[in-house]
Design a protein around this ligand. Sequence first.
Ligand code: DX5
Ligand code: ZN
Length: 215
Amino acid sequence: MIAIHPSILSADFANLATELGRVPSADAVHVDVMDNHFVPNLTLGLPVVQAIRRATDLPLDVHLMIEDADRWAPGYAEAGCESVTFHAEAAARPAQLARTLRQAGARPAMAVKPGTELKPLLPVFAELDMVLIMTVEPGFGGQSFMDEMLPKIAAARRAADDLGGRIAVQVDGGISAETIQRAAEAGADTFVAGSAVYDAEDPDAAVAQLRGLIT
Ligand code: DX5
Ligand code: ZN
C-alpha cells in the first residue's frame, strides 16, 4: 500500500498544531528527532512529540536520528507513536529493540544511512514492520535525492517480499514530484516528503500530487 508521510522538519516549528492541520490527507506525519550527536543538527525530543501526539489524530511516524537508540526509542512507543524508526548505526541490539518497541505498542522500523550496507542487517528484518532507506545523508531537509540508493531500495524490496511483503519500504530525503516515481519503481511504498510538501503553498495538494504520481 502506498503511503505519503509529510515531514514536519520543513514546517513552521512555532506553529506545529496549525502545520499538522494543513496535511489532512497524509497517511502519517513524519517527525524527525535529532540529537546533535548522531547527526549535526538538533530538532525536538520526547516532550514535543508528546505534545504533537495530543495535537493531531494522524498517526505519528517518528524517525530517531539519535545515539543510543536502545535506551531512548521505547519512550516514543510509549508516547503513542504508531511507528518508531531507529537507526541501525545507533542501536547495539536492533532485533531486541524492535521487539521491545512492538511490546510497547509501536510498529518497529529500522533506518540505514546511505553508507550503511543492508546485507549484514537482513536478519533483523523479521522483527520489523518497516525499513527506511535514507536517500540523503540524515540531518537536514531540502537535500537532493541520491539516485545511487535505487539499488538499495530494490534490495530492501526483495528482502521484504521474501518475508511475505509484510514489511513496508520507506524512503526519506529528496522525495519530490521529480523523484518519487524512480523511488516507487525501485520498490518503495512509503514516502517521506518534507520540503516538497511544506514549501508548497497548499501542502495537502502537494501530498495529493505526490500520491497521484504513483497510483
Ligand atoms: C532528513 C530527514 C528528513 C527530511 C526530509 O534527515 O530525515 O525526514 O525532513 O526532507 P526533504 O523531503 O526536504 O528531503
Ligand atoms: Zn526523516
